[in-house]
Design a protein around this ligand. Structure first.
Ligand SMILES: CC(C)(COP(=O)(O)OP(=O)(O)OC[C@H]1O[C@@H](n2cnc3c(N)ncnc32)[C@H](O)[C@@H]1OP(=O)(O)O)[C@@H](O)C(=O)NCCC(=O)NCCS
Length: 166
């Protein structure tokens, strides 16, 4: 298991008492990742899709653990100097307490250390919570993909962040 960071404090984290860690996710985390996104998403990924992401050699995926319990995860791939955010979920009962903010802050900090240049993602245009989260970190809308999502059919916003060069 690769521990990336122990988190001592974060002004955004509310009601958080316990040991907080950011850990690089591997296929061993598949069952819990599957469970969280099935409980928390209207259109969850299949186990196979999650598996192929976590087994991908380009996986750059991290989880925030509170007392060894996975609370929030960010699945991404890293190809050359670009990160694609594919799936980002916080457990339902832990939402709006600052966990995704904390995790994304660490993922971006790691990217900066690794000289990553940019982040990209697609998000449903009605997903206000996620869009706000990304905007808080400086992501901007690049374009829209019409009818990109099904059930219900909806446009995707393509958002990007340029990471600071060192
Ligand atoms: C998007 C998601 C990951 C945010 O996780 P979270 O741990 O609740 O987020 P945080 O508490 O760290 O909030 C960070 C910021 O996100 C935004 N945000 C999160 N939830 C929000 C809500 N319900 N309404 C408005 N803004 C919200 C706010 O800007 C917030 O900052 P603030 O509290 O200072 O205003 C979570 O809502 C989730 O799992 N959603 C379902 C999966 C999903 O849609 N993922 C995105 C796919 S691209």
């Amino acid at each position: 298991m690769i521990r990336v960071a122990s988190i001592k404090q974060n002004s955004k984290l509310l009601n958080c008492v316990g040991k907080l860690e950011i850990i690089k996710l591997t296929p061993e985390h598949l069952p819990v990742v599957f469970e969280i996104q099935h409980a928390g998403l209207s259109s969850p990924w299949t186990f196979e899709n999650l598996q192929s992401t976590l087994e991908n050699i380009h996986s750059f995926s991290f989880g925030l653990f509170l007392d060894d319990k996975l609370i929030s995860f960010c699945l991404t791939t890293l190809v050359l100097d670009e990160v694609n955010i594919l799936n980002f979920v916080t457990r339902l009962e832990y939402r709006r307490q600052g966990y995704a903010n904390c995790l994304l802050q660490k993922v971006i900090a790691l990217a900066e250390q690794q000289k990553i240049v940019s982040f990209f993602l697609e998000v449903r245009q009605s997903n206000f919570s996620a869009v706000r989260l990304y905007e808080e970190f400086g992501f901007v809308k690049l374009t829209e993909r019409k009818d990109y999502y099904q059930n219900p059919t909806e446009n995707a916003l393509v958002m990007a962040l340029n990471v600071k060069k060192q």
